[in-house]
Design a protein around this ligand. Structure first.
Ligand SMILES: NC(=O)c1ccc[n+]([C@@H]2O[C@H](COP(=O)([O-])OP(=O)(O)OC[C@H]3O[C@@H](n4cnc5c(N)ncnc54)[C@H](O)[C@@H]3O)[C@@H](O)[C@H]2O)c1
Ligand SMILES: O=C(O)[C@H](O)COP(=O)(O)O
Length: 599
């Protein structure tokens, strides 16, 4: 079987109807890679990908990446490392690349996606924080964003603790004074951490590791995180408290939450006013969480005795140095939280695997703007992916007036419990089938829902229980289109909706129902549908017309309401018949209507 369907072809970014695949595709897919290849771990299949004869993707690495990650990327594509590019320089080059790998140093903006002109398929963030990537723009442009969220957790937690203890014992100031040839003991008396309260603000990966280390230092640890399950926090021996309680009771406040619109500037004058006088403040999360002027005021007023800061709102700070870095009670590091040799090698490998996987058509476990669909689900639904897109393509061609479809109801007949049937990829493919033939949009799993909304296409879904074998996750998919006139009235149900239904038979998508008529048409190539009276000679008459015009018939199938009743004839054709041929078929006595469909 040749399936010409893909949610996202990494080699040509979706204009993929001409591709011939050995098997069905998954999310982004490169030519010639079968599903079984796609589902294997990336690292074990890099060489085969590189040697497959597929055009090599171009990958731009714009922030320093560990050698092990670069090595993996180079086995898969052409890699260029261009560090410290200005935004203009990056925009001028980005159109040459299929993938971009960044750390926190590169701003991945809407302008960048516009400049990429649809070529960029994946942005890999070698690290966790993605506040430097415009995810909404990425989604709109159908570009997958992946990160490497776990590999630098310990490094960041260790750096947080390093800053906390170094600050408490004035290590940096004492060292600077030694280097200046001084011997200042009484000036550098510190504070002990044992028995002190540490408030961990954000109890995620880094926050929980900081909490564990704080406890090991003999600290009482409390945490504030509105989204953390209380029992998970309690299991680490940490009390979950409110924002105000955390700030008012802590001797040390350490930030570990992401920078989002709701956390930006959260630590402002009001927050510092809630803190106990003499608090020590640590930020290894993001500079934008803190109103830096407010922190300076809190330092000057003595509310904050000391601050230790790895991250700034502007990195690197403009001017000679940030005012924070200059403050005598502040120690700073230049965003070093993730910068250990070990973490950087692991991050680089993790992101290289994710980027290569995305370019090869695998679903990434760290996708940030696409649904995570497990390989098991993908494997089970694979044959229906092609069916879903074909049904969408048929449906849009049946609507009269070329206006497209506004409202479609999808009915999945399935023996599975509705909760066990994950239809997101099928919905995306139906969207693709409906939208791509009538627009210049490229639809994939990343942007399907966004594009549907943008095009005012409403898709509602219903799962209908059946008794068939549970080995087959979907027995049939039916599309019902309301509020549209049909080019082929036989597709209309009594409720006035255009209705088509399909199934997968021996791995091949089939059209099995048109309106109230059962048919059995393999959804490949092109098809002419005729609505006619069921009487002898119909097949011959239509066949003759096509033969005279040198249009080759690949198959014929007739579904009828009853003997000598009304019938639907589906005729598969290798060539597209011209208007005159279709008109002649339509004029055959006893043919009520006919329509030509590209599949
Ligand atoms: N300095 C560095 O080099 C470095 C290295 C790694 C991570 N980071 C940063 O550290 C932060 C945490 O990373 P992570 O991997 O632990 O992320 P994470 O997603 O595992 O944890 C973040 C936690 O913050 C919580 N949170 C969200 N909004 C909150 C709010 N308003 N108040 C309190 N908690 C809130 C979330 O529920 C989550 O549990 C991120 O900002 C990340 O960018 C910095
Ligand atoms: O979010 C992260 O992963 C850290 O801030 C690390 O950023 P970096 O990759 O620029 O060191």
């Amino acid at each position: 079987m040749e399936a010409a369907t893909s949610i996202w072809c990494a080699s040509c970014n979706l204009s993929n109807q001409t591709h011939k695949k050995q098997s069905y595709p998954i999310l982004p897919s490169l030519h010639k890679h079968s599903l079984s290849t796609n589902l294997r771990r990336t690292s074990t299949t890099l060489n085969s990908a590189a040697n497959s004869g597929s055009p090599w993707p171009s990958i731009l690495v714009s922030d320093k990446l560990g050698e092990a990650g670069l090595h993996l990327l180079r086995q898969f594509g052409h890699v260029e490392c261009l560090y410290n590019l200005s935004s203009d320089e990056l925009c001028s080059r980005i159109g040459e690349f299929d993938a971009l790998v960044v750390r926190s140093g590169t701003r991945v903006t809407r302008r960048l996606f516009e400049a990429a002109k649809g070529r960029l398929k994946v942005v890999g963030r070698a690290g966790v924080g993605i506040d430097n990537v415009d995810r909404q723009a990425a989604t709109e442009f159908g570009c997958l964003v992946v990160n490497a969220p776990t590999a630098n957790t310990i490094a960041a937690a260790e750096h947080g603790i390093a800053l906390l203890t170094a600050m408490a014992r004035n290590v940096a100031r004492a060292d600077a004074s030694m280097k200046a040839g001084k011997w200042e003991r009484s000036k550098n008396v510190g504070v002990s951490v044992v028995g002190k309260t540490l408030a961990v603000m954000g109890f995620g990966r880094v926050g929980s590791e900081v909490a564990r280390r704080g406890k090991a230092l003999g600290m009482r640890v409390i945490a504030h995180d509105p989204y953390a399950p209380a029992d998970t926090v309690r299991a680490v021996g940490v009390d979950l408290v409110s924002f105000d309680e955390a700030l008012s009771t802590a001797h040390f406040v350490s930030l570990h939450m992401p920078l989002t619109p709701s956390t930006r500037g959260l630590f402002d004058d009001r927050a510092f006013a809630k803190m106990a006088k003499g608090v020590r403040f640590i930020n290894v999360a993001r500079g934008g969480l803190v109103d830096e002027d407010a922190l300076l005021r809190a330092l000057d007023s003595g509310i904050v005795a000391q601050a230790a800061v790895d991250v700034l709102s502007e990195e690197p700070p403009s001017g000679d140095a940030s005012r924070l870095a200059q403050h005598e009670n502040v120690i700073t590091t230049p965003h070093l939280g993730a910068s250990t040799k070990e973490a950087q090698e692991q991050v680089a490998v993790e992101i290289a695997e994710a980027v290569v996987g995305a370019l090869r058509g695998e679903l990434s476990a760290t996708a940030l703007n696409a649904p995570i669909i497990s390989p098991q689900v993908m494997s089970a639904l694979g044959p229906y992916v092609a069916l879903a897109e074909k049904l969408g393509r048929v449906a849009v061609q049946l609507v009269a007036g070329g206006t497209g479809i506004q409202s479609v109801k999808v009915l999945y007949a399935s023996p599975r419990d509705p909760d066990d049937l994950d239809t997101r990829i099928l919905r995306a493919m139906i969207t693709k089938g409906i939208i791509e033939p009538i627009s210049d949009a490229h639809v994939n799993l990343v942007n399907a829902d966004f594009i549907a909304k943008q095009k005012h296409l409403r898709i509602s879904e219903e799962k209908v229980a059946t008794n068939s074998s549970v080995d087959q996750p979907v027995e049939s998919i039916q599309l019902q289109i309301s509020g549209a006139a049909s080019r082929f009235e036989s597709t209309l149900l009594d409720n006035g909706r255009i209705s088509i239904q399909g199934s997968v038979k021996q791995g091949v998508p089939h059209l099995t129902r048109v309106g109230a008529f059962s048919v059995n048409v393999s959804l490949e190539g092109n098809v002419i549908l005729c609505h006619q009276l069921d009487q002898p000679g119909m097949i011959g008459q239509v066949g003759n017309i096509l033969g005279e015009r040198n249009v080759n018939v690949s198959y014929m199938s007739v579904g009828r309401s009853g003997k000598r009743g009304k019938a639907i004839m589906a005729i598969g054709v290798d060539e597209e018949p011209d208007e005159a041929t279709l008109k002649e078929i339509g004029e055959v006595p006893a043919i009520y209507e006919c329509v030509f469909l590209h599949l």
